[in-house]
Write a protein that binds this ligand. Structure first.
Ligand SMILES: Nc1ncnc2c1ncn2[C@@H]1O[C@H](COP(=O)(O)OP(=O)(O)OP(=O)(O)O)[C@@H](O)[C@H]1O
Ligand SMILES: [Mg+2]
Length: 272
């Protein structure tokens, strides 16, 4: 059974796609067979992994539509060995709208992932708490919430966690007892002392639920998206590559503690 991870935040531009691309690449380079599901009609993960919208016929839009395609029918290989993609296209926006009239609409993705043989499935969600994000929440056993370091970045976190409690049928206490989610701080800049202190103070109640790895602000991560490559291939010596390598390790340690770690395979040289 795959470990399914939803990468969510209803705020835009918090680093969801950057994390989906680079954590999934990190896992694949560690030898884990990994699928990244692009559940955002913007299709940024698809493009970011070098898969052009005119290179595939069917995508997640058809998986969420009636008649329904099986997810296995839309998966494509990426340029990274062991990393596969269920691509997205702008027409996923229409498919999501049509879901609203269907029964069990929040379960469509979970059903379509059944029986897939991957070690990890990472889902990149759009910046909303709509039907696509709730589908990812129903499917997942772990949640990553990327947050930028800025004054308003933590507004909405309470709403988001309430949605998680509802979907997972947990009380607020149970949500904290279970090892179900981690906040990931992205675009951290040591020079912005006042902002950093403010955010870390706000995050005190969530300290145990925040990754020890912070993703520093790093222009190479921006450039890697333009080059349509994971950071490990674009600039393996950058701080972005260092941070996402460390995040991969920390994430795998969490999976190990949760007894969710599949058997390790030989790692790829370029990751080292
Ligand atoms: N650590 C970082 N340092 C510098 N730039 C970054 C970093 N992380 C992300 N970015 C850039 O910030 C922008 C937004 O990042 P990203 O697309 O990952 O956010 P998102 O949460 O997926 O956005 P959306 O909500 O629109 O889907 C991108 O241009 C990306 O290259
Ligand atoms: Mg995105």
């Amino acid at each position: 059974m795959s470990t399914v991870v939803a990468i969510i935040n209803q705020k835009g531009g918090t680093g969801k796609t950057t994390t989906a691309i680079n954590l999934s690449a990190g896992l694949a380079y560690q030898g884990y067979r990994t699928l990244v599901v692009d559940l955002d009609p913007q299709g940024h993960t698809t493009i970011g992994l070098g898969v052009e919208p005119d290179s595939f016929q069917e995508c997640m839009a058809e998986v969420l539509s009636v008649p329904r395609k099986r997810i296995a029918e839309v998966i494509v290989a990426t340029y990274i060995p062991g990393l596969y993609l269920a691509p997205s296209h702008i027409r996923l926006a229409r498919a999501a709208e049509q879901c609203y009239t269907r029964v069990f609409r929040e379960m469509i993705l979970a059903q379509s992932l059944e029986g897939l043989e991957f070690d990890f499935v990472l889902i990149d969600c759009p910046p909303s708490l709509g039907v696509l994000t709730t589908n990812s929440l129903f499917s997942c056993s772990f949640i990553i919430i990327p947050c930028q370091i800025s004054r308003y970045s933590l507004d909405g976190l309470a709403d988001l966690l309430t949605t998680v409690e509802t979907v997972k049928n947990l009380s607020p206490e149970e949500l904290f007892e279970q090892d179900l989610f981690r906040i990931l701080l992205t675009t951290y800049d040591r020079r912005n002392r006042v902002t950093n202190e403010y955010i870390l103070e706000q995050l005190k109640p969530y300290r145990d639920k925040t990754f020890a790895t912070f993703i520093m602000k790093n222009e190479a991560l921006n450039q890697a998206q333009i080059a349509q490559k994971a950071i490990f291939d674009y600039d393996p010596r950058s701080s972005g590559a260092h941070d996402y390598r460390q995040l991969t390790t920390e994430f795998l340690e969490i999976c190990q503690r949760k007894n969710n770690l599949p058997g390790k395979r030989p790692s790829w040289q370029s990751f080292l």
